[in-house]
Write a protein that binds this ligand. Structure first.
Ligand SMILES: Nc1nc2c(ncn2[C@@H]2O[C@H](COP(=O)(O)OP(=O)(O)OP(=O)(O)O)[C@@H](O)[C@H]2O)c(=O)[nH]1
Length: 375
């Protein structure tokens, strides 16, 4: 922490997002990290979908092919089904070898579209075969996205409507029977599998992103945006009198710059990670600890008054002093504590905690100070 005169400190603390320390990750850098993570995540999600679609195609083609051989003696359609299973397996193999997601997705969509188009053509309007076009939209939208999905789906639907219109000119075919029943069951089951898998993986991807956006990448602790939300929550609870006390602590490593200067930035990072583990273990489920920025950490406690927060910080201070997270240099911490008052804003509590921390630094560091109004 830089020893900044209080006026400057006030100016910098005008909003909740302000910080006295120079943050190592600028907002742009943090956003780009999140963006990279999002991109990796979305590629993984897409790859899982591709594999699931291909496995469903293989499974269904084999099943339907067997039915066509043993129940309907429709050998031509069955051969076509087995060829489809073979192509889908080949695409899966190709994707596992090349990891070319785009090409594998296109091949899969084209194979499915071709397969459905030929099948409804061969079935000649019988047995509700037209229902099979229903599996095209989920597959092409999932694998190729909104725009291409919309065009391909429109094309397939146009083809089906034209085929139906043509078939209406012909004498009507019998559509009731075991074949019709099986077609309905198979299409519904395929759609059930596709949507169920899609929704499951979408929710998992969403949860992963949510936790990613709330976690500090270096230390794995709650990040600043998560801390901001927690502060809002606790403050609201205090205002609604759901809890009787709440405190916030800003804790800063003393002379951290020296570790970076003497042992390098990587060692500095390792120390931050080791300290984060210690802080998390110490706070347990008594409160929340997060990385406020740079070498500053924040604790938020509900149902804990100033006196017991001081006690906790004193314990933490001596623990870190005696068991330094750095093997290369003894480390000490300075603490600033403030209450979260229902009548005052969160910004005010942060300003008070920051001023208390400033006094701790001025008083020689390695000590705990409370906001003056809370003493
Ligand atoms: N390695 C590493 N260093 C960081 C990170 N974030 C902030 N720092 C460093 O933390 C140091 C903070 O320095 P100062 O604000 O001068 O504070 P200090 O040296 O800890 O001294 P006092 O707070 O006054 O006791 C700077 O050298 C930053 O580069 C990080 O994520 N990794």
């Amino acid at each position: 922490m830089k020893l900044i005169p209080c006026q400057a400190c006030v100016a910098m603390r005008n909003n909740v997002g302000g910080s006295v320390s120079r943050p190592i990750l600028t907002p742009t850098k943090r956003n780009s990290l999140l963006l990279t993570a999002t991109t990796h995540q979305s590629i993984r999600h897409q790859a899982q979908l591709l594999k699931a679609v291909l496995k469903i195609v293989v499974l269904f083609s084999l099943l339907i092919g067997s039915l066509n051989v043993f129940v309907f003696a429709a050998f031509m359609v069955a051969t076509f089904n087995f060829l489809t299973a073979f192509f889908a397996s080949a695409i899966l193999f190709f994707y596992n070898r090349s990891a070319n997601l785009r090409l594998a997705s296109w091949l899969t969509c084209l194979a499915v579209i071709f397969n459905v188009a030929v099948f409804i053509h061969l079935a000649d309007g019988r047995n509700y075969s037209i229902l099979w076009v229903m599996i095209i939209p989920p597959i092409v939208f999932f694998l190729l996205g909104k725009q291409i999905g919309a065009w391909l789906t429109a094309g397939v639907f146009a083809y089906s409507i034209a085929l139906m219109a043509y078939q209406l000119q012909q004498p009507r075919q019998e559509t009731q029977g075991l074949g019709a029943l099986l077609n309905i069951i198979e299409v519904c089951t395929a759609l059930w599998f596709l949507f169920r898998f899609y929704e499951g993986s979408r929710q998992a991807a969403y949860r992963e992103l949510e936790s990613l956006s709330a976690t500090d990448k270096l230390t794995g602790l709650a990040n600043r945006s998560k801390l901001d939300n927690l502060l809002l929550d606790v403050h609201q609870k205090r205002r609604d009198a759901e809890i009787s006390s709440a405190t916030v602590v800003i804790c800063d490593i003393d002379h951290f710059k020296r570790i970076n200067d003497e042992f390098g930035h990587l060692e500095g990072d390792r120390v931050l990670q080791a300290l984060a583990r210690q802080l998390k273990a110490e706070v347990g489920d008594q409160g929340v600890v997060g990385r406020w920025g740079g070498e500053e950490f924040m604790f938020i406690f509900s149902e804990r008054d100033v006196a017991s927060t001081v006690q906790f910080c004193e314990h933490l201070r001596t623990t870190i002093q005696n068991h330094s997270p750095s093997s290369k240099r003894a480390l000490t911490l300075s603490f600033g504590i403030a209450q979260l008052h229902p009548q005052h804003s969160i910004e005010h509590a942060l300003l008070c905690a920051d001023r208390a921390l400033y006094r701790a630094k001025q008083d020689g560091r390695n000590c705990v100070r409370c906001a003056e109004r809370d003493v």
